[in-house]
Each structure stands twice: as C-alpha cells, then as structure tokens.
Design a protein around this ligand. Structure first.
Ligand code: ADP
Length: 257
C-alpha cells in the first residue's frame, strides 16, 4: 500500500486516478495533478469529458470505488488519503457545490439548509447560528434566514448552496459549473465571493472569461484524460491547442491582442 507522498504542503494530490461507471467505458484515465493551498484551478473541456466525475472524486462522492485501508488511494486531501474509512473527515475539508441547486438544497428554509452542515459537525448551537449569519452575509444574503429555498431565484439558490458549504469552513472548495444559469450581476457577485475565499478551489466551468479573471491555473480534460495543465494565459491563449478540445480563446485574451 503506497499513497501519494507529500513533498510540500498541498491542498490536493491526485495520482493515477482512473474510473468507469459500473462496467461502462473508461471515463477517467491516469489523472495526475496537485493543487497548492490557496490555488484556484479551473477544469475545462467539452461536455462529457469527465469534469464532474473528476470533481466528485475529490470528496469521495462516488462511494462504490472508494479504496479500503489496504488499497492505494488516488486522491489525498491535506495529507488525508481518501478512503472508505476517511471519507467523513475528507468531506469536512472539501466543500462541494453542485451545478444544480436542486441536488443540494433540501430543507424548507434557508436557515435550516445553511445550518445543516454545521449541525452535522456537532457544533454548539450558538456557533451554528453565528456561522449561518456569517456565511449568508459572505454571499450577500444576510437576512434571508426565514425565506423558503423554493421561492428564491436561481442565483440566490446557488448562493444559499455556497453559504451552506462555507458555513462548514472547508479548506478546499470544489465547484461544478458555478456560473451556469446566472445573470451577469449574479456571476459578478459569485466571482467576488470566490476571490475572498482563501482556501484552494477547483472549478469546472465552460466560462473561460471567468477562468481568466479568477483562476491561477487551468487543466484541460478531454475524453477522460488531462490534455494540458498550466497557467491560464499560456493554455487558453493557445488557439490551436484549445480548438482541439472544443474550446475557444476567451474574449479577454483575444482583445489583449
Ligand atoms: P462532464 O462533466 O465533463 O460533462 P461527466 O463527468 O458528467 O462529464 O461525464 C463523463 C462521462 O461519464 C459521460 O460519458 C457521461 O455520459 C458518463 N456518466 C456520467 N455520469 C454517469 C452515471 N451516473 N452513470 C453512467 N455514466 C455516467
């Protein structure tokens, strides 16, 4: 049993990660990358490339293939190997924001939804209330505690999801298509919130202009393999490379000329 070894403090280490759903075709193959503390990494690529599947591995959301204690772990979060025995601890460290708020919100009120994670952490009641208020304030929804999650806009619902994750104070944020279905003002406010978050972030998105604005690094994933991994500017201004993977040079890099 040999896990990925840390030579420097890293938020995430992924090594030799391959995956297929059931007996189906291979969806991820030989994935390797590290994410440093505080680093913001975008994962881009065409639909069906494996981005969501990769993200789900980062906090053990695909339990069928979680390794036992005797098996090699392909994902390590802050030196904790992601295994069946550690998945609860890993989920405390890695906050996952789903693409569709319907996959995440399930309580009648905003307060209950945002407080669900902290309550699960068995925090004292007073601290739970403080965290709810603080994280709603962080996402610009102060005072929304008593609102029904069903009567909010898509942007507000996404922000409630993010507040619920932030209330658990994760060290890594993983976001699947956070900008999808948001109007320009909601996108802008989300960028500002993500900029404020000091921990590492892994963001799957089709919105390359926001990648240029927000991220330090970008990984191109296509057909389950990493095709490029480098600085946003180097990778996304390479028109030939990114066209091969169904992407276009983002407007922000084109206009820099
Ligand atoms: P992306 O996020 O890049 O669009 P996904 O990770 O969602 O890609 O999907 C990668 C591949 O895995 C696709 O071929 C998709 O059809 C398949 N897939 C995704 N989820 C499942 C599932 N629950 N069962 C079987 N196949 C799946």
């Amino acid at each position: 049993m040999s896990d990925v070894k840390s030579i420097e403090p890293l938020a995430l280490q992924v090594q030799g990660l391959s995956y297929s759903y059931g007996e189906g075709r291979i969806v991820l193959s030989g994935i390797e990358f590290n994410v440093a503390h505080g680093e913001r990494v975008a994962v881009v690529g065409p639909s069906g490339a494996g981005k969501s599947t990769l993200l789900m591995h980062l906090n053990g959301l695909l339990p069928d293939r979680l390794p036992d204690d005797s098996e090699r772990a392909s994902v390590v979060v802050s030196n904790i190997a992601v295994r069946k025995s550690s998945v609860a601890e890993v989920r405390r460290l890695v906050g996952f924001v789903f693409q569709d708020p319907d996959d995440q919100l399930f309580c009648p009120t905003v307060r209950e939804d945002v407080g669900f994670g902290p309550l699960n952490l068995k925090l004292p009641r007073e601290e739970v209330f403080q965290r709810i208020a603080h994280s709603l304030d962080q996402v610009g929804l102060a005072g929304f505690e008593n609102r029904s999650t069903l009567q909010l806009s898509t942007g507000e619902r996404k922000r409630v999801c993010l507040a619920g994750v932030l209330a658990c104070q994760p060290s890594v944020l993983v976001l699947d298509e956070p900008f999808a279905n948001l109007d320009p003002r909601a996108r802008r406010s989300l960028v500002d919130i993500l900029r404020e978050f000091a921990g590492a972030q892994v963001i799957a998105t089709h919105d390359l202009d926001f990648v240029v604005e927000l991220c330090d690094r970008v990984i191109i994933l296509d057909d389950g393999e990493i095709r490029a991994d480098g600085s946003v500017r180097d990778v996304l201004s390479d028109g030939v490379l990114i066209a091969k993977h169904g992407l276009e040079v983002p407007w922000r890099l084109r206009t820099e000329g």
